[in-house]
Design a protein around this ligand. Structure first.
Ligand code: ATP
Length: 195
């Protein structure tokens, strides 16, 4: 009999990926909570309006996570339909079999979970590992009782993609916010008004 594998799925718009995401993934890898960590850039994030293309967000994700032992999945990028987490999980289960699947999510996003597509079904398929973000405490009144979640403290960095986009548009120094490789990619393509 093959052992059950623990999959951690980390989805995001990554517009752009930043050092807060990288820090989170490094800390998670160190916990050994998962046998496989799968990062899934959203193709069509229906609750956000990405400023740059899915291919550029994917490429930045690859550059940022190049040295980490994780998978970067294109399943949402390859789907034309809105990037519903439920479809992503079902597809991953189809490919990888009956293992244990956990959706990794920031505390800000958990507070919004009741708006996710078919959340009741999704909550039957995965449990959630919640990363406490500075300035975003989980609020139990926002979280349906059928959502199973565990919170984890990783000293998350106070960085958001919004802050990065603003800094780039203002031509401010972003060296403490995004990896150098990502900064060079953004500059070379003139993304986010950085040119
Ligand atoms: P934006 O500022 O555009 O809303 P964001 O910084 O929240 O973007 P996303 O790509 O939307 O970035 O986030 C993907 C996931 O990573 C979400 O679950 C989010 O809560 C989490 N996350 C984002 N930034 C951090 C951070 N600094 N520390 C921990 N988790 C984070």
């Amino acid at each position: 009999m093959t052992a059950i594998k623990r999959f951690g799925i980390f989805g995001g718009t990554f517009d752009p990926i930043h050092l807060g995401h990288v820090h989170l993934l490094k800390k998670l890898l160190a916990t050994k909570l998962f046998d496989e960590v799968v990062v899934v850039p959203a193709g069509n994030p229906w609750q956000k309006q990405p400023r740059v293309s899915a291919q550029d967000r994917l490429e930045m994700t690859r550059l940022a996570l190049n040295e980490l032992p994780i998978q970067i999945s294109e399943i949402e990028i390859n789907r034309d339909t809105p990037s519903f987490a439920l479809e992503t999980v079902l597809e991953l289960k189809n490919t990888n079999g009956a293992n244990r699947y956990t959706w990794i999510i920031g505390s800000d996003a958990l507070n919004n979970i009741s708006t996710w597509h078919e959340i009741e079904h999704l909550a039957q398929e995965v449990d959630f590992l919640v990363i406490n973000r500075p300035n975003a405490k989980t609020d139990a009144s926002n979280i349906p009782s059928f959502v199973n979640f565990t919170e984890i403290e990783i000293d998350a960095l106070d960085i958001s993609a919004t802050q990065v986009r603003t800094a780039l548009a203002n031509h401010d120094d972003v060296s403490g916010l995004i990896p150098d490789t990502v900064a060079r990619f953004i500059q070379s393509k003139g993304l986010y008004g950085a040119a």
